[in-house]
Design a protein around this ligand. Structure first.
Ligand SMILES: Cc1ncc(C[n+]2csc(CCOP(=O)(O)OP(=O)(O)O)c2C)c(N)n1
Length: 189
C-alpha cells in the first residue's frame, strides 16, 4: 500500500479532527490533501508525536485526537506505547505507517525491516486495541470503527517506502504552532 493512498482513503475521517503528525513525508502528504487549523506537523522532535497526542487527548477528553506516526519515530520513543497504555485515553487513535525505513532522511532500514513487530510490541505494552491494516479499505474500516468507539487504538499499517517528490509545505513551523493552539482553544476542552 502507498501511504499517500492510505491517507487519501482516511482523509475525510481526519479533516474535522485534531491531528498530530511526525515530520517529513507523511506531513507533506497530509498537507497536500488539505491543511486544517487542527493539524499539527511536529517538526524536528522525532518520536514525540504520540506523546504530544497523548497530552492533548488527556487535556481535551471530549475531542478525538489522531496521531500519524512512523516506524522510525516510534522506535525512537518506544516507551511511548507503555505510557499510552498506562493512561489509555479512549479519544486517542494512534496510526503507525510502517515503511521499514527512515524514508524522510534518505531511506535507511529500521528495525521493523529486520523483524521488530510494532503491533506485537503495542499489544505487549497493554494498548487495549491493536489493529493491522494493509490496504486502504481495511485501514478506512478500522479508523472509522476506532473513531466511533471509546477505546485507545493503535493501528499499524505496512506501507511502501515511497514519499512525495517534495517535502515542501507552505506553512512555517511557528505559524502552524500558533494556528494550532488557537484552533484547540476555540474547540474548548
Ligand atoms: C531526534 C531526531 N533525530 C533525527 C531526526 C532526523 N529525521 C527526520 S525524519 C527522520 C526519519 C523518520 O522516520 P519514520 O518515522 O520511519 O518516518 P518516514 O520518514 O519513514 O515516513 C529522521 C531520522 C530528527 N528530526 N530528530
Amino acid at each position: 500500500m502507498l501511504r499517500a493512498d492510505a491517507l487519501r482513503a482516511i482523509y475525510p475521517d481526519l479533516e474535522d479532527r485534531i491531528v498530530v503528525t511526525i515530520m517529513g513525508a507523511v506531513a507533506a502528504e497530509l498537507y497536500t490533501l488539505g491543511h486544517r487549523p487542527t493539524f499539527f506537523y511536529l517538526e524536528h522532535a522525532m518520536g514525540l508525536a504520540s506523546s504530544m497526542g497523548l497530552g492533548i487527548a488527556l487535556a481535551m477528553p471530549r475531542h478525538k485526537v489522531v496521531v500519524l506516526d512512523g516506524d522510525g519515530s516510534l522506535l525512537m520513543n518506544l516507551g511511548a506505547l507503555s505510557t499510552l497504555a498506562r493512561y489509555r485515553p479512549g479519544n486517542l487513535l494512534h496510526i503507525v505507517f510502517d515503511n521499514e525505513s527512515l524514508l524522510s532522511v534518505g531511506g535507511f532500514p529500521t528495525a521493523t525491516a529486520t523483524g521488530t513487530d510494532l503491533a506485537g510490541v503495542a499489544r505487549a505494552c497493554g494498548i487495549p486495541r491493536v489493529e493491522e491494516a494493509d490496504t486502504p479499505k481495511q485501514l478506512k474500516k478500522v479508523v472509522v470503527d476506532a473513531l466511533a468507539g471509546e477505546t485507545l487504538t493503535t493501528i499499524v499499517s505496512k506501507v511502501e517506502a515511497v514519499g512525495p517528490k517534495s517535502f515542501h509545505m507552505d506553512l512555517p513551523l511557528l505559524e502552524n504552532r500558533f494556528q494550532f493552539k488557537r484552533a484547540l482553544e476555540a474547540l474548548g476542552e
